[in-house]
Design a protein around this ligand. Structure first.
Ligand SMILES: Cc1cc2nc3c(=O)[nH]c(=O)nc-3n(C[C@H](O)[C@H](O)[C@H](O)COP(=O)(O)OP(=O)(O)OC[C@H]3O[C@@H](n4cnc5c(N)ncnc54)[C@H](O)[C@@H]3O)c2cc1C
Length: 429
């Protein structure tokens, strides 16, 4: 297997949805792009582990223009290629008055942003969308145009598109350092040699902050472990993607139900030296959401940090790492969904898995091109809902890497927002 080329117009680090979409957008703009990925193929980290909700509704106002454009691209790509994708809508299921209050507020905010199609449904209308629902379904927030996909085959579809457009993907290759010369990017050092380039897009998910540190840029994204499970196939009971306080779910075409713990989830953080880097930013949020975070110790990373006398260095980035999912937590989501959809009671769980998300302090993406050497573009902080945004983030980062102005507003995603007080989002993810 050949290593990376000696030169490229742009080096993209990471073959997740953002890196794959960025490579495609670069190739479409006539630039030579090489994607460097440490794993043996694409979509091994977050982009292969997501639930697969492609959701516009329920987002912060700053994200809405991106989510709307991303959904348009998803639909366009799905019209041209075969992968598990469906426009089935997204339904926020409310079973208590508090939940109804939150959904009403979200609907008003969405309408204020000009998105009229998101609606608050009463119990009868909600049951029309989800006929299998029984029990206390008080209301639901409904976005009929939202979609869902299998994240792994979707990401591979974006890789294939990029490849056909001329981008090159190099696997089993760890990016180690962004090389700077005279205030500009000069190249990327990898485990298989150096690539000379004037621009680099670091789309490394939870590891973006490690690469940023090699050129002195501090990125406060926090890794958190999120768990999912999947049932054996059951008869079709769920059309839309469901999001609720105690569960999140979608049903695949063959009947398997993908389940997570929903908005009241508990996430795991495994402590190492790297955890204390941005404590000033994180302490208020961790305190506020203390019931939603379970702390443990990442002994493996801690030992490597001590052995190599390094913190948050790309040399410490693991490959092929599997973290244990929180089985009791996602198992309880099965009980919770069965209270709304009794047909799912007792559905056997065939598979559990975990993925590590890159949470930002305010829950908004981090898209940065104004820190560090000229030609450096960083993306991370997608905070557990970035699969949906990936296609548009690819377009934006491609424009930034080529020195062009992106077509959508990205000021809310700049790093310098963390200099001031950081608002704490209502939910952990
Ligand atoms: C369990 C779970 C459920 C989720 N559910 C949803 C959902 O339903 N909807 C939604 O929109 N989002 C969801 N998300 C979030 C979504 O998956 C992510 O926001 C999105 O996939 C991030 O894409 P990415 O390309 O930025 O990062 P990743 O997919 O993490 O890709 C980064 C890539 O960079 C590579 N890399 C990192 N460092 C290096 C290096 N130094 N050298 C070479 N390669 C490197 C990694 O191996 C990886 O392949 C979920 C996430 C998880 C974990």
């Amino acid at each position: 297997v050949s290593g990376p080329p000696a030169t490229a117009d742009v080096v993209v680090i990471g073959a997740g949805i953002c890196g794959a979409a960025c490579a495609g957008a670069l190739a479409a703009r006539g630039a030579s792009a090489v994607v460097v990925e440490k794993e043996a193929g694409p979509a091994v980290e977050q982009s292969g582990r997501a639930q697969g909700a492609i959701r516009v509704q329920g987002r912060a106002a700053a994200e809405l223009p991106l989510a709307v454009e991303a959904l348009r691209i998803w639909r366009e790509v799905a019209g041209e290629a075969e992968f598990e994708f469906r426009v089935g809508g997204n339904l926020y299921v409310c079973t208590t008055p508090d939940e109804v209050a939150m959904a009403s507020r979200l609907v008003s905010e969405t309408h204020a942003s000009g998105l009229a199609e998101v609606q608050l449904l009463g119990p009868e209308e909600a049951r029309e969308v989800l006929p299998a629902a029984r029990g206390d379904l008080l209301a639901a927030m409904w976005s009929p145009g939202d979609a869902q996909c299998d994240p792994s085959s979707a990401t591979r579809t974006f890789v294939e598109r990029a490849r056909r457009a001329g981008a090159r993907f190099v696997y089993d290759t760890l990016a180690l350092e962004v090389v700077e010369r005279g205030g500009s990017v000069a190249g990327v050092t990898t485990s298989r040699g150096m690539v000379a380039t004037r621009a680099v897009v670091v789309a490394g998910g939870v590891w973006t902050s490690y690469l940023a540190k090699t050129v002195g840029v501090s990125v406060p994204a926090m890794p958190l472990v999120v768990s999912e499970c999947e049932t054996r196939p059951v008869s079709t009971v769920i059309g839309p993607c469901l999001r609720a306080f105690r569960f999140g779910a979608r049903q695949r075409p063959d009947g398997r139900v993908v389940l997570s713990a929903g908005m009241d989830t508990v996430v795991d953080h495994h402590l190492s030296w790297a955890s204390v880097r941005h404590l000033r930013l994180w302490a208020p949020r961790l305190l506020h959401h203390r019931r939603a975070v379970r702390l443990g110790v990442d002994w493996e990373t801690l030992a490597r940090e001590i052995r190599q006398r390094a913190v948050a260095s790309p040399r410490l980035i693991p490959s092929g790492r599997e973290l244990p999912p929180n089985r009791p937590l996602v198992g309880r989501a099965r009980e919770a969904i069965a209270e709304v959809i009794p047909a799912l009671r007792g559905a056997a769980i065939a598979r559990y898995w975990a993925g590590v998300i890159d949470l930002s302090p305010d829950g908004l993406p981090i898209i940065e091109a104004a820190s560090g050497p000229a030609g450096l573009v960083l993306v991370t902080g997608l905070s557990g809902h970035g699969l949906a945004l990936g296609p548009v983030i690819g377009e934006i980062t491609a424009d930034l890497a080529l020195g062009r102005r992106p077509g959508l507003p990205i000021e809310p995603f700049r790093l310098d927002r963390f200099r001031g007080p950081t608002p704490i989002p209502e939910k952990m993810i």
